[in-house]
Design a protein around this ligand. Sequence first.
Ligand code: AHR
Length: 654
Amino acid sequence: MKTFRTALATMALLSSMGIHAQGQVTLRLDEAKTSVSPLLYGMMTEEINFAYEGGLYAQLLRNVSFRDAQNGKRPNPWTPWKPEGAKFWSLTDSTTSKVRIEEKGGYNRANPVAFVWTAQKGDGLLNDGYWGIPVRAGEQYQGAVIVKSNIAGGSEFEVALVSNDGKTVYASTVVKNINDNWQRLDFSFNAPKNLEKATKDVKFRITALKSGEYQLSKVVLFPETFKGRKNGLRKDLMQMMCDMNPKFLRFPGGNYLEGNDFQNRFDWKRTVGNPDERPGHMSPWGYRSTDGLGLLEFLQWAEDCGAEPILGVFAGYVLSTDYLSADFCDNFVQDALDEIEYVIGGADTKWGAQRIKDGHPEPFPLHYVEIGNEDFFDLSGSYPGRYKKFYEAIKAKYPHLQIISTQEAKMIKEQAEETGVDNIKLDVIDEHYYRSTEDMYRAFNQYDSYDRKGPKIFCGEWASREGTPTTNMNAALGDAAWMSAMERNSDIVIAHCYAPLFVNVNKGGMQWESDLIGVDALNAYGSPSYYAQCMYANHVGNKIVPIEVANMPKMAVKDGELSQIYYSATTDTKTGKTYLKLVNGGSTKQNVTIYIKGGKVQKNGKQIILTSANPEDTNSIDNPRNIVPVAKKIKAGKNFKVHLPAYSVNVLTF
Ligand code: AHR
């Protein structure tokens, strides 16, 4: 009723100004008053879909510590079990070479396995990488082996990048001075400058230069990394994320924070310091993480993208639904306090000093800490007690931090009442929405009615789940409508981030369908959803512009009809620029009249359009730029017309 009356009032106003609004879609942009949250657009990440191992973490070899045996996992400590070889490692000649795994014969506790290779001179040992290894013209590679050998007089082997058939050697060098003590021996080599075409049909090969026994406990290989960081991240993916202009990075999960069991939670203290001393753990998504990308690397990743961390701390609940109740959580609370100290502590604190020792003198900016992940799945009633314990301990030491609850207000209050936990304080609630595009449209007004006096909202995971492995144009439409819904309400929605961020597109790489960025060993591409993110996050002001709409066109959907156009606008009070976002979710083009109240309007405007003829159209690793944004000039003014193609996301600047 209210909308109808508003529409009528708007149309009356427009016609009184000589604008013929009858039957035309009209948007009236009012004066901006409410502030846009400065952290509104960000990123969320976890180890899923080989996002780090075989993705962002630049290390190229698979099963670096030989801990994944050919014949699976030890069933339990009492069942006799003999590991057979190591997955992703193979021999060039199994008639002359032999391998044996000694589970407790390795370099240290983090690399406990000795991979014992008895070779004839000239034999080779191959690693497949993560569905190949990238070789690009002139690229420099840095590697290391932790190795020993009892061959009399010492030994040496060649390390190389070779074509799958072994005939082409792209880069090679000799690792010398191998003796009968464990040693870490570094090496480097370059791909030829005149390589015609980059390729990933490549294996890493170690070739014995003497006959005898070699023992390996770890082998790593890095290409050039973003900003040249040691133990760093992949250049192309980092650039793609920087292009998203994120203001925060939520990490380390997701389910990856919780782990399937206590042993495999994200135990941050085991992820810092020398990577050779990080034992790694199983990700809940079915594969081992080396934790080479650990807490400091997460923090530097955020920093390198111009973002601040939103830190998720383990809160005593794991995915098997096991938990430690508040009374038994003290160690985890202390771990969280230590973790925060690692992030923001000074040189005079134990963990701040550790961060400095690890190579980052300055504290990182930190304003938000999240207690657990998706504790709305915890129906035991343990969350209010756990949450309160973390909340009070963190606030006592760091009163400036805002705390994020992963149960919504009603649930945590009900559970608190049932379990006798009093005085729960809520700063921010993390909500997660995985929906169809139509459901995103339906949720366009969801936040309009949220209590402005209640806790703030962090939409810490969301996606329109249309298309696989990465999402399609239809998903981008739903995503854009949802981002507009949040942007219009960014007085209460302080931050939001899409999930999941990455998927390795190779067979076996995906655990979660519908992801933002597709990756293989050599290339990466953005889904239409990725481009919608970039368009939105790069065009946002500091004040929300209220919009009134008249004559909203409708589009038919399975069970009725929905509005066809979704919208939001912000203005930058410093530059005077206004950013208007318009989503046309329908199969018909639309001409929209824009009327702007108050202020000056820059006449020369721009319209960036993301569109495709068919909503199922998409991008892929072989066709990465099928759907990309296109910009054109427009004439703006106090009132002007905008053309919205069918199935389009549009960002106007004027
Ligand atoms: O984003 C994929 C998963 O969805 C996350 O790990 C989890 O938090 C959610 O259920």
